[in-house]
Design a protein around this ligand. Structure first.
Ligand SMILES: [Zn+2]
Length: 143
C-alpha cells in the first residue's frame, strides 16, 4: 500500500520508508510496544532516531515498554479532516506519557469524553489500519 494511503479504518497508514519505522511497526504487529533505549545512558526515545539526544551515543537497542502510561494531552476531533474519517468521528488524538517517560502521539479508544483528564491511566492496544500495518492506540488501564 502506498504510504499515507487511506485504509479501511479511515485512518492513514503510517509511512514505512525507513528501517526504524519498519522495525517499530513490526513489533507492533507482534503485539509489542518497543522503543529505542540508549545502551550508554539508558534514556528511552521516540520517534526513533540515530543518536541519543542526552549523551550523543549511537549505541542503542529496541527495548520492550511496559505498555502503560498516562494521558498527557488530547483533543476530540469532531470534524473529519479527511473524507475517509467521516465514519469514525468523533475520535481522540492524544499525547501519551509512557511509564518510560517518553511521550508519543497516538489515539485513545473506548474512553467516554467525560472521562478525559490529564493523568488518566492508559494502556496500549494494537489495531490494524490496513492489511499490513498495525498501530499502537491507548485505552483505559492498566487492568
Ligand atoms: Zn544516551
Amino acid at each position: 500500500m502506498r504510504p499515507g494511503a487511506q485504509t479501511q479504518s479511515g485512518f492513514p497508514a503510517p509511512h514505512l520508508r525507513d528501517p526504524y519505522a519498519q522495525a517499530f511497526y513490526a513489533y507492533c504487529a507482534g503485539g509489542e510496544l518497543r522503543m529505542q533505549r540508549c545502551r550508554d545512558c539508558g534514556t528511552w526515545r521516540h520517534p526513533p532516531r540515530v543518536a541519543c539526544a542526552v549523551c550523543g551515543s549511537f549505541v542503542w537497542e529496541w527495548s520492550a515498554c511496559a505498555g502503560t502510561g498516562t494521558l498527557y494531552s488530547w483533543t476530540v476531533t469532531v470534524r473529519p479532516l479527511l473524507a475517509s474519517l467521516a465514519a469514525v468521528v468523533p475520535y481522540v488524538p492524544a499525547i501519551i506519557e509512557l511509564t518510560e517517560r517518553v511521550r508519543m502521539a497516538s489515539r485513545l479508544i473506548d474512553v467516554p469524553n467525560e472521562r478525559l483528564r490529564a493523568g488518566l491511566p492508559v494502556r496500549v492496544a494494537f489495531v490494524p489500519v490496513d492489511g499490513a500495518v498495525t498501530v499502537p492506540v491507548f485505552r483505559l488501564g492498566p487492568d
